[in-house]
Write a protein that binds this ligand. Structure first.
Ligand SMILES: Cc1ncc(COP(=O)(O)O)c(C=O)c1O
Length: 371
C-alpha cells in the first residue's frame, strides 16, 4: 500500500459513499474491464463470491458435474459444493502446472458417453500463469461445456497477447490480502455477456428488483464490494504493470541465484505465456538437492523468513475424499516438492538475496554432510 491508496481511500470516505454502491465501484469496474480486455466487470466481496455466482450464471444445478484443477486453493472446489454439484478433479500438465487439457478432454468424453455430462469447467491460472485455453476451449465448445476461468492468482498475466481472465465465458479474480492487487478483501467477475453481468450484479445485491419497495423474485446474496475498497482497488490497479514487473524481477533474481544448484527448478513458463509471477515457486528434488522441501521451509523459518508449501491437491484433502480424480501424479509431485518463496513486491534485492543465502546454505550444508 502506498500514499496513492491512502489518498483514494480518504477520497471515497470523504465523499460519503461508504456503502457497497457508489462512483468508485463504477469506475473500478470500468477500468478493470478495460485492463482485462472484456466488456463487463462486476465488483464483488471476494474471489469465492465471483466463482459462486459464475457457476450460477452457467446454470450449474444440484447433482451436476463440474471439472476443476485439483492443484488449486480450496475455494475453486468449494463453490461447486455451494451449488450442490460434484467436483471432478483433473491433474496438472507439466508445461504450466495448470489443468491438463488432454486429461480434461478424456474425462469430458467419458462422462458424456456415460450419459453424465460435465456441465462446466473451472480452469485455474495457477501462481500467475494462464492455462492452455486453446485446447481447453476447443474441448468445451465441442462438448457444450461452459468454461469459467479462475484467474484469482493471475491478474496481470498474459497468454499470446490476451490477458488472464479473458479466456473463459466468465473470469474470476481475487483481491484478497495476499494477491497481486488487493482491496484487503474483494473480487471481480468479468465477462463479455451483458445479460450475464446484469444477472450477477442483481444476485450480488440480494436480487433486489428496481422498485421503490423491496421486491425479490430470485434468491440473492450480499456479495457486492464496498465503495471504500473499490477506491483502494483503483489505486492498486493503476500500479499493476509496475507490480508485475517487480514480481518478474524477483523471480529472475531467484532463478539466477538458485537455478545453478542441482535439484532445484522453478515453475516453467509455458509457450506464449508471460506469467505475472504472483509467487515464485520452486520444486526441490530431495535426492539431488540433498534435503526436501520441508527442510528448506524449516531453515527459512529459523531465520524468521516465511515460505509455504504449494497447494495440497484437492483429491488428497479429507474434505474431498472419494471424489473422482483423473491422473494425479503431477500435482502430487508439485505438492511434495513445491515451496512458495517470499515474493512480495516490496521486497528489496537484498531481501531476495537473504532468502537465497539461506536456501543455498541449506543445500551446501547438506552436500557437505552427505559427502
Ligand atoms: C485459485 C484461487 N481461487 C479462488 C480464491 C478465492 O479468492 P478469495 O480469497 O478472494 O475468496 C483464491 C485465493 O484466495 C485462489 O487462489
Amino acid at each position: 500500500m502506498t500514499d496513492s491508496e491512502r489518498t483514494a481511500l480518504l477520497r471515497a470516505f470523504d465523499s460519503g459513499w461508504v456503502a457497497p454502491i457508489g462512483p468508485e465501484i463504477d469506475a473500478f469496474e470500468t477500468e478493470f474491464a478495460e485492463r482485462v480486455g472484456v466488456r463487463h466487470a462486476v465488483a464483488l466481496s471476494s474471489g469465492t463470491a465471483a466463482l459462486h455466482l459464475a457457476l450460477l450464471a452457467c446454470g450449474v444445478m444440484p447433482g451436476d458435474r463440474v471439472a476443476v484443477s485439483t492443484l488449486t486453493f480450496v475455494a475453486s472446489a468449494n463453490v461447486i459444493r455451494y451449488v450442490g454439484a460434484h467436483p471432478i478433479f483433473i491433474d496438472s500438465e507439466e508445461a504450466s502446472w495448470n489443468i491438463d487439457p488432454q486429461l480434461l478432454r478424456e474425462e469430458i468424453r467419458e462422462q458424456d458417453a456415460k450419459g453424465t455430462p460435465i456441465r462446466a469447467v473451472i480452469a485455474v491460472d495457477l501462481f500467475g500463469q494462464c492455462a492452455d485455453y486453446t485446447r481447453i476451449r476447443n474441448t468445451c465448445n465441442e462438448f457444450g461445456v461452459r468454461l469459467i476461468e479462475d484467474a484469482a492468482e493471475a491478474l496481470g498475466a498474459q497468454c499470446n497477447g490476451a490477458s488472464a481472465g479473458s479466456f473463459g465465458e466468465i473470469g474470476c479474480f481475487s483481491f484478497n490480502g495476499n494477491k497481486i492487487i488487493t482491496t484487503s478483501g474483494g473480487g471481480m467477475l468479468v465477462t463479455n455477456h451483458a445479460a450475464l453481468a446484469e444477472s450477477v450484479k442483481r444476485w450480488a445485491t440480494q436480487s433486489r428488483l428496481p422498485t421503490r419497495h423491496y421486491e425479490h423474485s430470485e434468491l440473492g446474496y450480499n456479495y457486492r464490494l464496498s465503495n471504500l475498497l473499490a477506491a483502494i482497488g483503483r489505486a492498486q490497479l493503476a500500479r499493476l504493470d509496475e507490480t508485475v514487473r517487480r514480481r518478474r524481477q524477483i523471480f529472475d533474481q531467484y532463478v539466477s541465484r538458485l537455478g545453478p544448484l542441482s535439484g532445484i527448478r522453478f515453475m516453467p513458463e509455458a509457450p506464449g505465456n508471460t506469467c505475472s509471477r504472483w509467487l515464485t515457486v520452486a520444486l526441490i528434488d530431495e535426492s539431488e538437492f540433498g534435503c526436501g522441501r520441508d527442510a528448506v521451509i524449516d531453515a527459512l523459518e529459523q531465520q524468521n523468513i516465511e515460505s509455504r508449501p504449494t497447494w495440497k491437491p484437492m483429491h488428497l484433502q479429507a474434505l474431498y475424499e472419494g471424489a473422482t480424480i483423473r491422473g494425479g501424479s503431477v500435482s502430487e509431485r508439485i505438492f511434495t516438492e513445491g515451496v512458495c518463496l517470499p515474493s512480495g513486491t516490496s521486497m528489496s534485492d537484498d531481501a531476495v538475496d537473504r532468502v537465497c543465502d539461506v536456501v543455498q546454505a541449506t543445500a551446501s550444508r547438506l552436500t557437505i554432510s552427505n559427502a
